[in-house]
Design a protein around this ligand. Sequence first.
Ligand code: ZN
Length: 193
Amino acid sequence: MSVRKIVEYGTPSLREPSKEVHKVSSKIKTLIKDMLDTMYVNNGVGLAAPQVGENLRIFVIDVSTNDEPLNPMVFINPKIIKKSGLMKGDEGCLSFPQAYTEVWRYKKVMVKALDRNGRSFVLEADGDLLARAIQHEYDHLDGILFVDHATNRFAADEVLAKNNLPPVEVDKMIDIPEGESEDGSASSEEGKE
Ligand code: ZN
């Protein structure tokens, strides 16, 4: 087992876009194993490669609860191919120790990716922790952080200050998508990234 150090908010590499993985080599497989170990040790639901200092398009997720068997999911070179509806809810991030704030997310997402064996798969998540985690981790690969989606910037700033983290970067904040309503009744967006 190999646990890697988690990069904290304020480190410039967390804002850099990550590169595609060209081959699921043994080095990549080791990185994935380490990412899973690191996620589990820190009781996380997801972890993206840039959070362990590797700017590569890989993230891992496990949304199983304590009384369920582990269910590690690996996403390599993911693409969100469909997204629709909106939901809001509290979120945290292993790169933001102890800081939770309410953010906007799409309710429904469809993601296409390669698994740890390099095989392609498509997965749909709707209104649950998995949908939230996919969007959160996917964002990390483009240097986007959960606080960029905060429903209330001032509340987010308060939480960040309380945990000795830098404030929200206002120029990085993302507007609520137009034409979407909170209850998810609005039109769907396809393939927009
Ligand atoms: Zn995160």
